[in-house]
Design a protein. Structure first.
Length: 115
């Protein structure tokens, strides 16, 4: 089982990044997918989630209107499109797959928003 995030990096305030998480080793289409983030010295927080079918999404208030989560069950991937980035979005971003009591985490990808 693997979840591998990619797409992180350094971006200026107001810029955009798209994170991707590629899954393998499990029945991806059954799982709820979520993106979390953890900034230095802070607890990990839920950023966005998408249901198994991909037709229902939820977002943290802090990213609503700026971030978009989407999934491709044919490609076993989940993406997080991040626009209008702010310095406070700086964190390590993780994807998580959940099906009932089974949970898998990726290793994380660093996003740094700075001028």
């Amino acid at each position: 089982v693997q979840l591998v995030e990619s797409g992180g990096g350094l971006v200026q305030p107001g810029g955009s990044l798209t994170l991707s998480c590629a899954a393998s080793g499990f029945t991806f289409s059954r799982y709820v997918l979520r993106w979390y983030r953890q900034a230095p010295g802070k607890e990990r927080e839920l950023v966005a989630s998408v249901n198994a079918a991909g037709d229902s999404t939820t977002y943290a208030d802090s990213v609503k209107g700026r971030f978009t989560i989407s999934r491709d069950n044919a490609q076993n991937t989940v993406a997080l499109q991040m626009n209008s980035l702010k310095p406070e979005d700086t964190a390590v971003y993780y994807c998580k797959a959940t099906y009932f009591t089974t949970t898998y985490w990726g290793q994380g990808t660093q996003v740094t928003v700075s001028s």
